[in-house]
Write a protein that binds this ligand. Structure first.
Ligand code: GDP
Ligand code: MN
Length: 382
């Protein structure tokens, strides 16, 4: 779950990380009312979940109420890389002497947390990594040992920051580490982490991704309320289907989460890519199958559909009848490949046989069906 900057700053503040005082506004009048309680100059920042807002004109300094009206009016409604600005965050502007970068994330390969710290903040870290990789000091952290003060100080020294920033940065890194671990974040990034002319260090931006699987441990209702949801997922969830939207071209329908995941793996194995994960659960009657096919059919990414059903309590002939009935109800744009196995598979395949065409193909094995579905979707994608 990705947070907006203002939410990321609330999250940081709850772990004691210093941020500038401010508030959110969704209209110009709200923006004006908000700055009555702040000192000028203020900075007005577009709240969109994409970087490079400054360059796009989404970050402006305002020295008086007139400028607040002007900039808030311009930024609200602005389009930044396909994201429409609905909210601005306004905070007391900071004087900047230096801009640093700091983050924690997980390095799956190393089975450790990875901290990154750089004296070259303010710009996208990917650019620093590409042009000047030595400017990023990396620290792998064993989750059991945690971030010791000693390791933290050595890490800050390796990043060659201004020495007067050392104590402030060490303190913030320890808090950021706690926010990352105890806050159940997948990413906690401050860019820029600034040093002011007075020698103070604080977070000027916040990029936080929370692990949604840990939401039961936290009160994240406010964060969840503002999530932009995938339209395909909304439609599928409304039908009670277990669906996750993906970026590939093969639409997947399977019964059981394990089989659905294996289906994604097999599609990948033969060089294709799935447009979704969809588990229709135990039963595969016409009702459920028609609902699943509708969801898949409404996804323009889908170039072929792979239905992978293993009959258990639901028998193969019931499943086949369900598929045939569903096809009478939904006008499907993409060709369908079906792999039916398990209880009464022969009976089921016999039913499908009478409806076969170049748009409806039944194959006995998962691998053969996956290969056909990938071929029908335009061949290997990698
Ligand atoms: P991003 O570019 O979308 O990541 O937005 P940031 O919040 O990181 O801001 C981009 C840049 O705007 C920063 O690197 C700063 O140079 C500048 N900026 C943001 N807030 C302030 C502020 O309070 N004072 C000053 N002087 N510059 C700011
Ligand atoms: Mn930034």
């Amino acid at each position: 779950m990705d947070l907006y900057e203002y939410q990321g700053k609330q999250f940081f503040a709850s772990f004691g990380i210093p941020v500038s005082p401010g508030g959110v506004a969704t209209t110009v009048d709200e923006a004006v009312a908000l700055v009555e309680g702040l000192e000028f100059p203020v900075v007005i920042k577009a709240q969109v979940q994409v970087g490079g807002r400054g360059k796009a004109g989404g970050i402006k300094l305002a020295n008086n109420l007139e400028e607040v009206r002007l900039h808030a009016g311009n930024i609200l409604g602005m389009d930044i890389k396909g994201h429409t600005v609905r909210i601005v965050w306004i905070e007391k502007a900071s004087d900047i002497a230096e801009e640093y970068y700091a983050s924690f994330t997980l390095d799956r390969g190393a089975k450790k947390y990875l901290g990154m710290l750089s004296a070259e903040g303010g710009v996208e870290i990917e650019a620093v990594a590409a042009e000047n990789p030595d400017a990023i000091a990396r620290l792998h952290i064993n989750p059991v040992e945690g971030l010791t003060d000693e390791a933290c100080r050595a890490w800050v020294a390796a990043a060659k920051l201004n020495p007067i920033a050392t104590d402030g940065v060490v303190e913030i890194l320890q808090k950021l580490y706690r926010a990352y671990v105890e806050g159940d974040a997948d990413l906690a990034e401050i860019n820029p982490l600034i040093l002011t002319p007075e020698g103070k260090v604080h977070a000027l931006d916040a990029k936080v991704t929370l692990d949604a699987n840990a939401s039961f441990r936290h009160d994240w209702a406010d964060y969840e309320a503002t999530q932009v949801r995938d339209e395909r997922e909304e439609a599928a969830n409304a039908k009670g289907l277990q669906y996750v939207g993906l970026e590939g071209s093969v639409g997947i329908i399977a019964n059981g989460a394990g089989l659905a995941m294996s289906t994604l793996d097999v599609v990948n194995q033969v060089g294709g890519s799935a447009a979704n994960f969809l588990d229709i659960g135990g039963g595969a009657n016409a009702e459920v199958m028609a609902g699943a096919l509708e969801v898949i059919n409404n996804d323009p990414r889908v170039k072929s559909i792979f239905i992978n059903i293993f009959g258990g309590i639901t028998r193969g002939d019931e499943v086949a009848n369900g598929i045939v009935a569903a096809l009478e109800r939904v006008d499907i744009a993409a060709p369908i490949v079906i792999r039916l196995d398990g209880t009464n598979a022969d009976e089921g395949r016999a039913i499908l046989k009478t409806h076969e065409s170049d748009r409806l193909i039944s194959l006995p094995t998962m691998i053969a069906a996956a290969e056909r579905a990938v071929a029908l979707a335009g061949g290997k994608s990698k």
